[in-house]
Design a protein around this ligand. Structure first.
Ligand SMILES: [Zn+2]
Ligand SMILES: [Zn+2]
Length: 153
């Protein structure tokens, strides 16, 4: 339920392993993203960070998010209105359940996808090496709320 806590040491390692610079500000951005625990736009994250540290630059936040994506520390998820939402990610390969209502993002392990890959191999002879699959919809809490509350925006 809680956001995946990003160990600052491993975040630094992951950035370095991807050939990305490791700076205090980059770790700050990664930490702030993990603390949000749901997907946020680069602008949202910048607004949050600026409240804590007014010296942080907008370009730094935007560029850092891209560096985090390259390093696998964060992933981009689609969001309405042609903007990306960013979410902090564990190193293990996984997929996402992204709630369109509250923005909550849960990680699901590869085991959910394995049967699909196996079926593709059997039916189509295609050997899946990598699957990037995220699911969009309503989280359990929102599904209950939507079900119990009569239509609200
Ligand atoms: Zn993830
Ligand atoms: Zn939700």
């Amino acid at each position: 339920m809680a956001a995946p806590a990003l160990d600052p040491v491993s975040t630094a390692d992951r950035l370095a392993a991807a050939g990305e610079r490791v700076t205090r500000q980059r770790l700050l951005v990664a930490d702030a993203l993990a603390a949000v625990g749901r997907r946020v736009t680069a602008q949202d994250l910048y607004d949050r960070l600026r409240r804590r540290d007014p010296r942080i630059g907008r370009a730094t936040v935007f560029r850092t998010l891209e560096a985090l994506v390259v390093a696998g520390v964060a992933r981009r998820l689609e969001q309405d209105g042609h903007v990306y939402g960013y979410v902090a990610c564990r190193p293990e390969h996984h997929h996402h359940l992204a709630c369109d209502r509250c923005g909550r993002v849960e990680e699901i392990e590869e085991a959910y996808i394995t049967p699909v890959a196996e079926r593709l191999a059997a039916d189509r002879g295609f050997k899946v090496d990598d699957a990037r699959l995220d699911f969009y919809g309503l989280c359990a809490r929102c599904a209950v709320e939507v079900g119990s509350v009569s239509s609200s925006g």
